[in-house]
Design a protein around this ligand. Structure first.
Ligand code: BDR
Ligand code: CA
Length: 328
């Protein structure tokens, strides 16, 4: 049963281990009503992302429409999914999957977003945690989308923190920089949850073991398995993460920004995305009110609210207590 006081959210995702973590946070949180899941290529192919969306919701006992979206970037050449981070199946190479019966909503993800936004004007928040092609396509289908959606929160980009796919670029933006630039310049109420904050929070694998031991449920067992794979990757790359044997929660923080914005320190400014060259996918922010003679930085570019600092202990405790709550 949906909670009528909760915020209606469409979750645009490429599951993906931290995407799965974020989905379960959203399903567990009483302040969030996930009214649809739209999927994109990114951590896995879009076909696998859609399968994972159906699987993760069904094993958690939730009946939520899942759609399949864009297969490739808007203009950039397609790349190869990072199976070394999320596993070939996006969930840490599960040894087996329980049989499921759910089927996809037949609409393309962008059409689903437009239909839902028109049906519930001003009521839907879009939380996007993968490359931004579905959102860009929806905007092309319905140019009034920024007025129809309540708010957009994305996990992607970075301002001061080094990138995770190049010295300046974060993976979701780098995967489809043209769609990202289109989204950053569209004019919605937009919050960016990037590496500046997601790299501040390390979630220990032990947290997910505790959650799995508590619930003794297939959904939290799957999440624990997936995070174990993901934590091995992060622990292999970042020595300070290895000390805790954990991982970055990236996508889950987009939902924390929705439920607990007071945990973030935010700066506002115009964001543009580098579309090619060595800086491809970089999110550049105009923070000060100074004149730039180059085109593309004028008043036509709306401000984005960029999360720059996080109360890490409070966020970790919130994620743990939410996943430990009685939601399964
Ligand atoms: C982002 O890239 C993906 O690998 C994660 O799911 C997250 O959305 C982090 O850069
Ligand atoms: Ca993701």
């Amino acid at each position: 049963m949906s909670n009528t006081t909760a915020r209606k959210v469409i979750y645009d995702t490429d599951p993906g281990v931290d995407d799965a973590m974020a989905l379960y946070y959203a399903l567990a949180h009483p302040g969030i009503d996930v009214v649809g899941i739209t999927t994109t290529f990114g951590n896995v192919t879009v076909e696998q992302a859609a399968i994972n969306g159906l699987y993760l919701t069904e094993i958690a006992g939730k009946n939520i429409p899942v759609t399949q979206g864009v297969k490739t970037p808007w203009l950039k050449a397609p790349g190869t999914p990072p199976d070394f981070i999320h596993g070939g199946d996006g969930l840490g190479n599960l040894p087996s999957r329980v049989p499921t019966k759910s089927v996809l909503d037949p609409r393309p993800s962008a059409q689903f977003i437009v239909d839902m936004a028109r049906a519930h004007p001003g009521e839907i928040t879009l939380v996007a945690v993968g490359p931004l092609g579905n959102l860009a396509t929806a905007l092309k289908l319905e140019p009034k989308l920024p007025q129809l959606l309540q708010e957009v929160i994305i996990m992607g980009g970075t301002i001061d923190e080094p990138g995770n796919v190049s010295p300046v670029s974060e993976a979701n933006i780098w995967n489809d920089p043209h769609s990202a630039d289109f989204v950053f310049t569209a004019g919605w109420k937009l919050t960016m949850v990037g590496l500046d904050v997601t790299h501040q929070l390390i979630l220990p694998l032990a947290l997910f073991k505790k959650v799995a031991d508590h619930h003794k449920h297939v959904a939290t067992d799957v999440l624990h398995h997936a995070v174990a794979f993901y934590a091995d990757f992060y622990s292999g790359v970042y020595p300070h993460v290895a000390k805790i044997h954990g991982c970055f929660g990236h996508d889950v923080l987009a939902f924390v920004a929705l439920t607990n914005p007071e945990m973030f320190e935010v700066q506002s400014g115009r964001i543009r995305v580098a579309l090619d060259g060595a800086g491809n996918g970089q999110t550049m922010m105009r923070r000060r009110n100074i004149f730039y003679p180059q085109p593309g930085w004028g008043d036509e570019v709306p401000d984005t609210h960029v999360c720059m600092n996080l109360q890490v202990d409070a966020a970790r405790e919130l994620i743990e207590s939410t996943l430990m709550s009685n939601w399964l």
